[in-house]
Design a protein. Sequence first.
Length: 125
Amino acid sequence: MKKVITTDMAPKAIGPYSQAIMIGDLLFASGQIAIEPAKGELLEGGIEAQAKQVMENIKNLLAAAGMDFSNVVKTTIFLTDLNNFALVNDIYGSYFSEEPPARSCVEVSHLPKGALIEIEVIAHR
């Protein structure tokens, strides 16, 4: 059975999609960019600030589904500049314990609202 997951602690959808969908024990979260939930605007401050905001948005979305980063089994990271990979990797890695999920990372030409990073996750309860 499909259940839509929503929270005010993560950015509202900026298009015709849900923040996340739960099907059985699987959570499919839409890609998160560095929108500050309270303001609804993209966080300024470069890749480091944006990566941290994205991870906090994901943390809050996972919490709304009764999960945390230990439940994440797959992520996809989209960067507008792969030269930022090492910095993003350090920030990203700090949110996972001993067993990080499977991951893909790709460079893209543009992201919504001019974001520098977007991350989507799949989690399992």
